[in-house]
Design a binder for this molecule. Structure first.
Ligand code: TXA
Ligand code: MG
Length: 341
């Protein structure tokens, strides 16, 4: 039984395993990660194997304190203005769900960055995650703890169901708070650009560093365009096994209600309107991300709801898009990626 309730003892046990080259699943404020010593190529290779992840998809390196950033990122490569951007962002958003793309230190193995000259770095806000990282090598490479292409895990149970036979220790810290992965932001290759919308909304970043580059490839690009921008950001990703369709409320109100389909609404008001119009059979499986339409609550419930709706007896999940602002962008990005299987 690899599930261990997270506490000082189990964190020590898990960090000792990471130091020995092992793999540990652990909670962060966003989703559960699959962690290995970022400086140990053999351990990194095991992560790719466990996840069945293509080797061109680089990992995020997690650090425990701002002071450790220079261990993995070569800040001497940054000009003054990028340095200022970096300082403003770390001051405001670290620790927290923001991953920054920076030039890598030569000591970071190519396997962590898929041969790229850059490294993705994140300082998580969940204290237990930082404790684990600090007790390990100080730099823990961790993708989300799901098989490649599957729904991200927001509870230890999700990890156990998907990877339980492949991981020696799963630290159980309960459901994650944010529920959506970190925002991935490239500040090094020109005007700052969001490569993956996530836990820190674009609007909050722009309030600190000004306008971000428009990301034309996000949402409407093909897999190759995504891969060129950021390897691993292919269009199909985060998919439940059940086919999913993402629609706005107007379309849902018009669409015929098929048998063996489930429905995921953004808020209670949309569900009520739909139920009144469509009069679905009593036993129709219906979920709502947030009764009151609270976007933070919706984000926290997103993957959990999809895990619950992903049932073999269902033929299709219909999901309503969130408002395209703030965390809603991250939800919609995941919905769009869940459509293309
Ligand atoms: O919230 C999160 O970020 C979670 C938790 C565990 O921290 N981690 C996570 O990792 O979502 P993962 O591996 O599922 O997603 C990392 C994303 C990938 O899409 C990858 O392509 C991108 O970050 N990435 C990593 N290194 C990069 C780099 N050097 N340049 C551009 N994109 C990079
Ligand atoms: Mg992932």
């Amino acid at each position: 039984m690899p599930l261990l309730k997270i506490n000082d003892d189990t964190i020590r046990q898990a960090s000792a395993l990471i130091v020995r080259g092992g793999i540990v699943a652990f909670p962060t404020e966003t989703v559960y990660g699959l962690g290995a010593d970022a400086f140990n190529p053999a351990a990194l290779a095991v992560i790719f194997e466990i996840k069945n992840r293509p080797s061109f998809d680089p990992l995020i390196v997690h650090i425990a304190a701002l002071g450790a950033l220079e261990k993995v990122a070569d800040l001497s490569m940054l000009d003054m203005s990028v340095r200022k951007t970096l300082d403003a962002l770390t001051e405001k958003f670290w620790p927290g769900p923001l991953t920054l793309i920076l030039p890598k230190q030569p000591t970071v193995p190519d396997l962590a960055t898929s041969g790229l000259p850059t490294v993705a770095v994140r300082l998580p806000s969940l204290a237990s995650a930082r404790q684990l990282i600090a007790l390990s090598s100080g730099a823990v490479a961790a993708p989300s703890a799901n098989p490649f292409g599957c729904l991200s895990p927001t509870s230890a149970r999700h990890v156990q169901d998907m990877l339980g036979d492949k991981v020696e220790i799963i630290l159980d810290g309960g459901p994650t708070q944010v529920g959506l992965e970190s925002t991935v932001l490239d500040i090094f290759s020109g005007q700052p650009r969001v490569l993956r919308p996530g836990g820190v909304p674009k609007e909050a970043i722009e309030a600190v560093i000004g306008p971000l580059a428009e990301n034309t490839a996000l949402g409407d690009g093909d897999n190759d365009t995504h891969a060129a921008l950021s390897p691993g950001m292919m269009k199909s990703h985060y998919a439940p096994r059940t086919p999913l369709e993402a629609l706005d409320l107007e379309t849902l109100l018009q669409a015929p209600v098929e048998e063996k389909s489930a429905f995921l609404f953004f808020d209670g008001a949309s569900r009520d309107k739909w139920q009144k119009k469509q009069k679905p059979p009593q036993d129709t499986l219906i979920k709502v991300l947030s009764e009151t339409g609270n976007i933070t609550e919706a984000g926290a419930n997103f993957f959990q709801s999809l895990h619950e709706l992903d049932k073999p007896e269902l033929c299709r999940i219909y999901a309503q898009f969130a408002p395209q602002e703030g965390l809603g962008r991250a939800i919609n990005d995941r919905l769009q990626k869940a459509v293309h299987i």
